[in-house]
Design a protein around this ligand. Structure first.
Ligand SMILES: Nc1nc2c(c(=O)[nH]1)N[C@H]1C(S)=C(S)[C@@H](COP(=O)(O)OP(=O)(O)OC[C@H]3O[C@@H](n4cnc5c(=O)[nH]c(N)nc54)[C@H](O)[C@@H]3O)O[C@H]1N2
Ligand SMILES: Nc1nc2c(c(=O)[nH]1)N[C@H]1C(S)=C(S)[C@@H](COP(=O)(O)OP(=O)(O)OC[C@H]3O[C@@H](n4cnc5c(=O)[nH]c(N)nc54)[C@H](O)[C@@H]3O)O[C@H]1N2
Ligand code: SF4
Ligand SMILES: [Mo]
Length: 822
């Protein structure tokens, strides 16, 4: 362990010492100049005078990383540093008024505030990109370099050559919010000087977010989880709220509480016995990754054969289930029913036996589950986003929605739409970011291609028109991308390298310093992506600035948090708003950018605006004292208006109905180019795309390797917390059958590899994952060692960058690999 890490750890764990050590540490941090290849590692702790202990004060703050929650933290501050982190102490243990208890990560936030990786001074790269050689520079020099390069890039290539990268590290904040890119202060700055190239869809919901446009006429969500109090059965496809919504203001509490009240049965379909499958489910159904659409086809066969469908629902609300309900002018036998009964192009009936071979489930289980799901009502069918983060993710995500339609569970209390659960929200005002005049918008997953060959892209490459970016499957437009990406802003993002698919490929593209000419990274820590950037701007963390955490919601609880400034930023770090104000000044747009307001002025403005629609939200100073504002809201019943009156409230699909056969996809299936063995199909049939079971590549790489979201981290955030690394180490899940045949024991160091790269990490041998499948929790920090071996165990060393069929998104859970003892 490096000395500084040891010091910081000691300081964190021994409160009496911590105060002095940290004061000294932050005083030392950021001082000095010159080439500082190891500057951030040089933060030495030094003894300070033994001053008398000062009073403690408690400051409301929040954990704002992207885990889907926002947790209030009561920071105990003494002598200008955070010495303890207490959770929310308001509310009770009832649905809608519950305490919002922070998870193990938020409670460890001091290991992020006081971390030797903290950036404390602006720096510029002096070696090759990625070589990790840096020179400290002043704010004046940094902002001049950035402003000059921006002016040059815009003059030479236009505003559409300036890209705001996806970044969710500060998702919970308001002024300092990092996602969506168009909602950030960086966007506001760019919109003061002509705009920027934006993206649509996202790493979270890359496939489902587009697929819903075709089937449901846009994002509908499913019922909020508190409504499962009205369910007899809950069926979750790859939904793991007990690990991905860990907050007390998250779905762990809501799902457990609702089940405790009513005792409904819960079925979790997942290749792993996830935390949810362990803690909530009555039955865990292990399934091969990427094969849920085959399972649903097997269910459909049983339901059709045994007359278990909700035919009235299908006839009234849906288009394209059977030959009697197809759109005009479509050839025969293209309905979903024809596909299932073997009357479609492949002539194969999708019997439970057929589905068994693909999914790895016994045929009897498929039949039993089909009968139970069709006859136990109301039934809440939802999906997480693991199933859709696959190479065939569009159809993967459409299949559970189809199941909800076949059983008529859409739009009713106790039911569900087959999408992911919603939650109620109080709807705070946001930070205004002005209009972006740049028209082309690219799919979030194609930015590496846009660096090398974006110029000339059209809608067939996935380009959308900013004026109609969420155009509900309106897929044609006349917009062309005019330039490759030449400049990139990276704010609260580790997606330049660590979180994007196929790290070695990305590094190859970034190594051409003339292609993407400048990468400006605004972060708190020297992350993997920071290492490959050109200019580093040290950001204040949430605890070091005044802001609001909003859009907090879980079940029927909506809330917002006043996040006050608890301590000063270390060294020369400063809040992003102040950083961008300096750059705006250099670009001659300071007044337009700030409108004369400081960050605190904006927060006041946002509270005032929010009070216009939320009258009981207290005024600024009262909210500041109060810390967290909660409101018990009504449960969400998704698609209720459509269910109640489909004529008055049609969906935004061409037919106004649920399109089980999508006319738009039918058209696209005929003339859209797709990558590799991708396929666009009008109905949600099972497609064996890249790296699915049965791929000939399995001769060399027999195992499917997914990468679930893990409690140690939120993606890569907290990935450098020594406490969390010890509590929840990085490892690869492997079934004892696969381990024994390779002589791998629990805890052994193993290599996992494919043609894209190789990682080394410990094995976790467990029957909680099905045979034939590995899982490497995503988000671990890529750490290149000798011969390109990733000793950090980042699954993105193995993942593919190939875009999915029509959402052009991230099939990052579709990976074939081999494993052996290191
Ligand atoms: N293989 C694989 N890859 C995946 C996924 C997967 O399932 N499998 N999941 C994908 C998903 S769903 C997502 S959402 C993305 C997430 O990808 P990212 O949005 O990149 O999320 P993080 O890795 O958490 O990185 C957030 C960054 O924000 C920084 N940060 C945190 N707080 C602050 C702050 O206050 N100020 C500033 N300036 N920076 C801050 C952190 O240091 C970190 O560098 O990853 C995707 N990548
Ligand atoms: N602790 C923690 N919480 C987080 C995050 C985090 O990094 N850490 N990230 C947050 C973010 S940004 C997001 S988007 C969400 C992500 O939430 P999800 O996308 O839902 O999370 P995943 O872990 O990718 O997938 C959920 C489950 O799906 C399973 N699965 C994978 N492939 C398949 C499949 O083909 N079929 C089926 N049936 N199951 C499959 C996985 O084993 C996993 O248990 O989580 C959020 N919450
Ligand atoms: S990581 Fe998520 S659940 Fe945990 S404290 Fe932070 S916001 Fe809350
Ligand atoms: Mo995500």
């Amino acid at each position: 362990m490096p000395k500084d890490t040891a010091d910081v750890l000691a300081a964190l764990t021994t409160p009496s010492v911590s105060r002095r050590r940290f004061m000294a540490w932050s005083a030392v941090a950021g001082v000095g100049a010159g080439v500082v290849g190891a500057s951030r590692h040089g933060l030495q702790a030094a003894a300070a005078d033994s001053a008398p202990a000062a009073e403690e004060k408690i400051v409301w703050s929040s954990c704002n990383v992207n885990c889907g929650s926002r947790c209030p933290l009561r920071l105990v501050v003494r002598d200008g540093r955070v010495v303890r982190v207490d959770p929310d102490d308001t509310g009770d243990d009832e649905l809608g008024t519950q305490q919002i208890r922070a998870c193990v990560r938020g409670r460890s936030i001091r290991t992020r505030i006081y971390n030797p990786d903290r950036l404390t001074s602006p720096m510029k790269r002096v070696g090759r990109r990625g070589e990790d050689k840096w020179q400290k520079i002043s704010w004046d020099e940094a902002t001049t370099l950035i402003a000059d390069q921006l002016k040059k890039t815009i003059a030479e290539h236009g505003n559409e050559s300036v890209y705001l990268q996806y970044g969710t590290g500060v998702l919970g904040a308001t002024v300092a919010r990092s996602w969506p890119p168009a909602g950030t202060a960086v966007a506001r700055l760019m919109n003061c000087v002509g705009g920027f190239l934006d993206q649509y869809s996202d790493y979270s919901t890359g496939q489902i977010g587009i697929a819903v446009d075709f089937q449901h006429g846009g994002w509908q969500g499913s019922n909020s989880n508190d409504d499962t109090r009205n369910s007899k059965l809950v069926v979750m496809f790859g939904n793991n709220p007990h690990e991905t919504r860990m907050s007390g203001g998250g779905e762990v509490f809501v799902t457990q509480k609702a089940k405790a009240e009513t005792g409904h049965r819960v079925i979790v379909i997942d290749p792993r016995q996830s935390e949810t499958a362990m803690n909530l489910a009555d039955e865990w159904v292990p399934i091969r990754p990427g094969t849920d659409a085959a399972l649903v086809a097997g269910f459909a066969h049983v339901m059709i054969s045994e007359n278990l469908l909700d035919q009235t629902f299908l006839d009234t609300y849906c288009s394209g289930f059977d030959e009697d309900h197809m759109p005009e002018g479509v050839p025969a036998n293209l309905s979903y029913r024809s596909y299932v009964m073997g009357e479609g192009a492949d002539g194969t009936a999708k019997t439970p036996e057929w589905a068994a071979k693909i999914t790895g489930l016994p045929a009897q289980t498929i039949t039993r589950l089909a009968r139970e799901i069709a006859t136990t009502k109301p039934c809440a069918i939802t999906q997480g986003w693991g199933p859709q983060r696959h190479s065939n993710g569009e159809n993967q995500s459409r299949a559970p929605m189809l199941l909800a339609a076949m059983t008529g569970q859409i739009g009713i209390s106790g039911g569900g739409t087959g999408e992911r659960e919603s939650s109620a929200n109080i709807g705070m005002a946001s930070f205004p970011t002005l209009e972006n005049p740049v028209r082309p918008v690219i799919p979030f997953y194609r930015w590496t291609d846009a660096i090398t060959s974006g110029e000339g892209w059209t809608y067939k490459d996935g380009v959308r028109d900013n004026a109609d970016r969420n155009g509900n499957a309106n897929v044609t437009n006349d917009v062309t991308l005019g330039s490759n990406i030449k400049f990139m802003w990276l704010y609260g993002s580790n997606a330049l390298v660590n979180q994007h698919g196929d790290i070695n490929r990305t590094l190859e593209i970034l190594s051409d310093e003339n292609a993407l000419e400048m990468i400006v990274c605004i972060d708190n820590h020297m992350t993997v992506s920071a290492r490959y950037s050109d200019i580093l701007l040290p950001d204040a963390v949430t605890a070091e600035q005044v802001d609001l955490a909003q859009q907090g919601s879980s079940g029927n609880l909506g809330y917002a948090i006043f996040t006050d400034k608890a301590v000063d930023p270390p060294g020369e770090a400063k809040p992003v708003y102040e950083q961008l104000t300096l750059i705006a000044d250099k670009l001659g747009v300071k007044q337009k950018f700030t409108e004369g307001r400081s960050q605190e002025d904006w927060v006041r403005w946002i509270v005032d605006e929010s009070r216009k629609t939320i009258p009981d939200l207290p005024p600024f100073e009262e909210f500041r004292r109060m810390g967290v504002f909660k409101k018990k809201l009504e449960p969400v019943i998704a698609m209720k208006a459509f269910r109640d009156d489909p004529k008055a409230n049609p969906l935004a699909t061409p037919s106004g109905k649920i399109e089980i056969f999508s006319t738009n996809l039918h058209r696209m299936s005929q003339d859209w180019p797709v990558e590799g063995d991708n396929k666009i199909t009008p109905t949600p049939e099972y497609v064996r795309t890249r790296e699915m079971p049965g791929d000939p590549l399995q001769e060399r790489y027999p195992l499917q390797c997914i990468g679930h979201h893990y409690k140690q981290r939120t993606h890569s955030s907290y990935g450098n917390s020594p406490w969390l690394k010890e509590a929840h180490p990085q490892h690869v899940w492997i079934n004892p059958i696969d381990a024994q045949s390779r002589g791998i024991g629990n805890g052994d160091s193993v290599d996992v590899w494919n043609d894209r790269g190789k990682v080394r990490l410990p094995a976790y041998v467990t029957p909680r994952i099905m045979p034939g499948v590995l899982s490497i929790p995503q988000g671990a920090w890529y750490t290149p060692g000798a011969n390109g071996l990733d000793e950090g165990g980042s699954v993105n060393t193995l993942t593919s960058h190939t875009p999915t069929a029509y959402s052009k998104g991230n099939g990052q859970h579709s990976v074939l690999a081999q494993i052996a003892k290191a």
